[in-house]
Design a protein around this ligand. Structure first.
Ligand code: F6R
Length: 612
């Protein structure tokens, strides 16, 4: 969703801001803008546009924007429509400019108060309130930092803020509560950003601001203050985000690139297990043994694709560990009366580590007394792992395409590692079985690559899907979540309406939809449910439906005019959902390509969903 970048330097920062905003585009946005302090003219200049960053960049170039101090923003509309007037930065009295991520809950109250103090509002946003509030405290004789610190005390809600002021051209200030914000440390120049990718070509040395922190940046230094206003030293991290992971390279889309990166992403994610020569609690954190040893049940909380990863894990945990596992959509869990069990391990799964619903569900679980919390996450130091006791980082690398692909398969790897670890701690994983699961993981990157090699056959199928309006996905057992994931991928990037059902449920309703216009995708690996799936397929066939079956090499599926089959090279046992995720990703990608949609930035969607 929204993104922030800011820079103070001895060089023109406009290219830094524009590049940063381009790197933040993947998060999803509908308008963009920058504001700079023009020291020569003693002015704040601003340019904003709805639409792409490139349009705003062209306008900034046409107006010869250049400055040594500036802030930029990509906005995903919440309060107020997608208009230039609502785009950030917001300016107060032509003097200070501000960008903001998050939502201010008491904006109405503050707006009334500021109106009485003579402030006029130009936008419908909650953000403009903050700009005026800081201006108000500035007018009381406070420094820019003190004015920000006064103002944030009066805000309720979530914010990451960066502010510049034409009366103070050698300073930028920033604040964070509930939304990520980091400070980048350069040589004679410093930066703020909501996401390290925005500044990684200028510096890799970053300080992640903590809740309630404020910061003051000059060209020569950075000071951080805690929620009480006391100066504090925060750790400096060196980010390992690679520039290559942020570039398209030879690919046409990030989604395509990320689908093809999966053998590497899976191999990187299992590396720690391989180095450790087995499953152990220490993979999840220093006190993981104490946290996990007497766990009686698992509660998984996540949204979207991450939730589907959790659904697969339920099958693994209940069958391999032998303890109950519940999986909840985070936005449902957080508003339901939950019967808490302190011996439950609460596992949140999130690619971004920022998803608000997942974060709130975690906070709710903690408020109920759940102390055993584990985050499976792809973004180091993001909010959800920071709020969790244990962490397992997937090593998928930056995921830029809005549709999650490599994050999903690496989440599954992490969840399988968790399953085996819990089983081992409970004496349910003898040496031979552990070795065979380790071998399965070792072979997995190769099996994923074999599945990727099916792409040419899938392209041919995808062309048939391009003209369809609806599609049905079927799976059974631990492949039912893969059917769900396939349907989600198809609908979000190709806009073809798709539903997923457990194949056994077909005759209880959805069979009524089946006709020759409704393609039916079946995930049919060679497992104990194969014969059941085959009978379900007959039900579709008898109603004239056209079927597209993903099976394993040894599944013995007969092909006909109505039944098309693509075979993954071999069955990989319990890890099969990971391999079967690949063909449904490719099908969605190529169907979207054939329909000419914006694959990496599907309409109405954002990469990081930081609002409710
Ligand atoms: C779908 C997709 C979303 C995310 C969901 C959760 O392709 O990407 O459904 O999975 O928004 O996001 P994270 O995993 O960042 O919490």
């Amino acid at each position: 969703m929204c993104g922030i970048v800011g820079a103070i330097a001895d060089r023109d920062v406009v290219p830094v801001l524009i590049e940063g905003l381009k790197r933040l585009e993947y998060r999803g946005y509908d308008s963009a803008g920058i504001a700079v302090v023009d020291a020569n003219a003693g002015d704040v200049r601003r340019v904003r546009r709805t639409g792409r960053v490139a349009e705003m960049e062209a306008a900034a170039q046409a107006e010869h924007f250049a400055s040594r101090l500036g802030i930029g923003h990509t906005r995903w509309a919440t309060h107020g429509g997608v208009t230039e007037g609502n785009a950030h930065p917001h300016v107060s009295h032509g003097e200070l400019a501000l960008v903001h991520n998050g939502i201010i809950e008491n904006h109405d109250e503050q707006r009334d108060r500021l109106r009485k103090l003579g402030y006029a509002f130009e936008s419908q946003t909650d953000t403009e309130v903050i700009a005026h509030l800081i201006h108000y405290y500035r007018a009381q004789g406070n420094s820019l930092l003190a004015a920000l610190q006064h103002a944030v005390k009066e805000l309720r809600g979530a914010y990451a803020i960066a502010v510049i002021d034409k009366r103070d051209p050698d300073r930028m200030v920033a604040a964070r509560m509930g939304c990520p914000l980091l400070v980048g440390l350069g040589e004679g120049e410093n930066f703020v950003a909501s996401d390290v990718s925005a500044i990684v070509s200028s510096t890799r040395r970053v300080i992640f601001l903590e809740e309630g922190d404020t910061a003051e940046l000059t060209r020569d230094g950075v000071k951080v203050f805690d929620a009480n206003g006391a100066e504090i030293q925060r750790d400096v991290h060196v980010s390992d985000v690679s520039l290559a992971s942020l570039e398209l390279g030879p690919y046409r889309h990030f989604m395509q690139k990320e689908i093809h990166e999966q053998p590497r992403a899976v191999a990187d994610t299992i590396e720690a297990v391989m180095d450790n020569r087995g499953f152990s609690a220490s993979l999840f954190g220093a006190d993981a043994d104490a946290v996990m040893r007497d766990v009686e049940a698992v509660q998984i909380l996540a949204c979207g694709t991450s939730y589907y990863a959790g659904l697969v894990a339920r099958y693994w945990i209940e069958s391999i560990v032998g303890i109950p596992c519940a999986v909840d959509i985070a936005s449902e869990y957080r508003y339901r009366d939950v019967v808490a069990n302190p011996k439950q391990l609460v596992v949140t799964i999130s690619q971004s580590g920022e998803t608000l619903d997942t974060m709130e569900a975690l906070k709710y679980a903690k408020s109920l007394g759940h102390e055993r919390t584990l985050s499976i996450c792809n973004v180091p130091e993001s909010a959800i792992p920071r709020a969790s006791r244990l962490v397992y980082y997937t090593r998928a690398g930056a995921e830029i395409g809005v549709a999650s692909t490599k994050a999903f398969t690496t989440q599954l790897v992490a969840l399988f590692t968790l399953t085996c670890t819990l089983a081992k701690l409970r004496g349910k994983l003898d040496g031979d079985i552990e070795q065979s699961h380790l071998e399965g993981l070792r072979q997995l990157p190769g099996s994923v690559q074999h599945a990727l090699n099916l792409e040419p056959q899938i392209v041919a199928w995808a062309e048939k899907f391009a003209s369809k309006q609806h599609a049905l996905f079927l799976g059974r057992g631990m492949h039912y979540p893969i059917a769900l994931e396939g349907a989600l991928k198809l609908k979000e990037i190709s806009y073809i309406h798709a539903e997923a059902y457990p194949a056994g449920e077909l005759k209880h309703g959805p069979l009524a939809l089946v006709d020759s216009d409704m393609p039916v995708v079946v995930i049919a690996p060679n497992d104990m449910l194969l014969e059941k799936v085959k009978s379900n397929i007959q039900e579709v066939r008898a109603r004239g439906g056209e079927m597209f079956v993903f099976a394993d090499a040894d599944s013995h599926f007969g092909e006909s005019e109505q039944v098309h089959v693509i075979r993954t090279p071999r069955h990989v046992g319990v890890l099969s959902p990971i391999v079967h995720a690949i063909p449904v990703q490719l099908l969605a990608y190529h169907a979207a390509l054939a329909r000419g949609t914006d694959v990496d930035k599907p309409r109405n969607l954002a990469k990081s969903v930081t609002v409710e």
